[in-house]
Design a protein around this ligand. Sequence first.
Ligand code: GRG
Length: 297
Amino acid sequence: MSAFALDGYLHARRHIVENALQESLNVSTPPVDGRVGQAMEYSLMAGGKRLRPILCMAACEAVGGQPDSVLKAACALEMIHTYSLVHDDLPAMDDDDFRRGRLTCHKAFDEATAVLAGDALLTSAFHLLSMEDTFPADLALDVIRMIAKASGSFGMIEGQMRDIEAEGKVLDLSALRALHGLKTGALICASVEAGAVLGGATPTQRAALKSYADKIGLAFQVADDILNVEGDPALMGKGVGTDAEHDKATYPSLMGLAESKAYAADLVKDALNALNDFGERAEPLKSLALYVIQRQR
Ligand code: GRG
């Protein structure tokens, strides 16, 4: 087992990401004294684990790149993730009152503002990625295509649609896996792949990191379902037990709690195997894989 000090690493990386996110708001949003700007900042700067940006930086590091050089891609990924949470919390979707330990965007502002703030976070992410001085044009195009695919109707949006359509229906494990692969796995995978591409990964390294990301993306969702059963609402900043209340198909509901935990551990083992050829530089990615299933929020 790695002696890598994950707590210090996460703390340091979150600090860098928070500063870069604040800066990215100044670059790519309307003035923050306007209502949409305020709502964007409210949700984007509300904390959160910053897992996607940190994975992006760690993947860059694993292939020998400079993690700071991918910060704008890391910020764009967090903006897209935050937009998805703002919209997911709306009354037309999950209708949640709390997110990241504070009122959801539509509760703190209003529904129309939350819709627009989400829209603006999504478009601002692509604005940031496509600015002339952000990345060399060929790499920027590759990354923009990959992130657009993962977050659009080939990825997160399709996953969300399947999730909504699944309400009141019985899903089997393979349908559940496919749904989550799209809804949460695709953006996690794009985060790792973007860091790898921008860090100069070879095709072999890119494929290995994609395989790592597929496994941790799935493990992330299994862990999320487990936390919804036995997590601490105070640590999570949102309610638990909601999946059972809504009779949702989840890994614990389909496999049982103990089996779900064993499945998540197996996925992480596979993710670690995908990193076999990377050596020391992949220590952060290895620890992050374990963090995905050991986290308490
Ligand atoms: C509305 C287009 C649209 C998409 C929504 C991702 C998603 C699709 C909805 C989120 C609903 C949800 C709670 C899914 C479970 C997994 C997940 C994405 C949890 C939140 O991500 P974390 O744990 O959150 O990384 P933080 O706040 O730490 O960033």
